[in-house]
Design a protein. Structure first.
Length: 86
């Protein structure tokens, strides 16, 4: 685009990327992001990509946790054990 002297502002670039995302996978996240208009209006292309990557990592983590067939030991997440005297 620079070579062809095409200049686009951040708002237009963000809107183009949002429009290019698959609606089924991203529509809920984008709706939440757009509902916070103060934050959405200030997004740059780089910050939008960071948010999308962060959300994608969360989705992968949730999918990985759902696919585990092993019951988790809750005591691993808390100090002490559940059988301590109170």
């Amino acid at each position: 685009m620079k070579r062809l002297s095409i200049d686009k502002d951040d708002e237009e670039l963000v809107d183009k990327l949002v429009d290019a995302l698959p609606q089924g996978d991203w529509s809920t996240y984008l709706m939440i992001l757009k509902s916070n208009s103060r934050e959405y209006d200030k997004l740059t292309l780089g910050s939008l990509i960071e948010k999308l990557e962060g959300h994608e990592l969360k989705l992968h983590k949730m999918a990985k946790m759902k696919s585990l067939n092993v019951q988790q030991d809750v005591d691993l997440y808390y100090k002490g054990s559940g059988s301590s005297n109170t």
